[in-house]
Design a protein around this ligand. Sequence first.
Ligand SMILES: *Cc1c(COP(=O)(O)O)cnc(C)c1O
Length: 387
Amino acid sequence: MSDETRLIHAGKLKGDLARTVGPPIQKGSTVLLPNAEALYDDANYLTYGRAGLSAQAALQEALATLEGAVGVSLYPSGIAAISGPLLACLKAGDELMVVDNCYKPVRRFCDSVLQRFGVTVTYFDPHMPPEALVGGASEAVRMILMESPGSLSFEMQDAPRIAELARARGILTACDNTWAAGLLFRPLDHGVDLSIQALTKYVGGHSDVFMGSCAARDPTLVRRLADGVHHMGWAVSGEDAYDMLRGLRTLPLRMARQGQAGLEIAEWLRGQDEVAALFHPALPSCPDHELWQRDYKGACGLFGFALRPAPQAAVNAFLDALKVFGLGFSWGGFESLAIWCDPQLKVRKFAKDYGGPLIRLHIGLEDPADLIADLRAGLDAYAQLTT
Ligand SMILES: *Cc1c(COP(=O)(O)O)cnc(C)c1O
């Protein structure tokens, strides 16, 4: 054969790979099939790389274990792990009920894309009692989407009760469970149909890779989700799946440490004069603590607090004085972050008074004492502009 031909076929995999601790990262669009019959035998052969190869399959299996799921679909981002299941499960004429404290891009997707395709979207108060919520749902309601605790203001819903009532009416339930990362709360164990997470946050754990997952137990739903991914043509890379799997190995350790540090820092904040209110469901005296206590195994490092009302310049001075905390969106990584939330609350239908400007903290793996010193410096800068 000529050099051209030999170069095309040189260096191919022969035989089995050596076994490493992590899965092999396969890169491939084409999958080579053993014979002519296998080319069209989708039931028994993986015939195209877009469906995911070794690392993606390993991640799906590990996430199914974490979530207690029968199947898990992967999406190229957390937001796609919400839009994807909604597109897969809803049709024109259906109504979707979404909790009002949802992640803001979810609302954008619902109001622009879903509504354009004939799905009615209504928003409900996160503290609406389950009986009123499900009892008041119209005949057209096909799904209820929760986010608990909400990632800015931390209201919780009684997901098990909502799921139970919704099931009796033939309504699907889905929960954005990013705060608990599938570890502190397992929605599927509590009757919720779809457990969604932005793996970008705690599972990834290093603020450097995007992905989302949706887990289900009912085989019909598992199939529907997988078909939805297939129809949309979404794929995640083997490298990214590998990174997620690596994050998953240390998830319990990081969550325990960050959750503990978060509680310590929240307790400290509670004693500071400049702080009007705390929003951390794992703290007794905070809203929804009973729900957290009943259903959750622990806390992550994400919580909120309100500063006493003050001019915006004081809020900015607080944030600008922080040196250990970074100012940035996202969370779940190893580093501590802070943001001011109020601009994001403007789109909500049920406006709430949190007692002052709402700050969200994500506690990373730094020493809590250093984080407390940093917050104290921030509060000093804030206090200077309020007196
Ligand atoms: C970040 C986030 C998402 C979206 O994840 P991306 O990977 O950034 O698209 C969804 N839900 C919640 C609660 C989030 O915090």
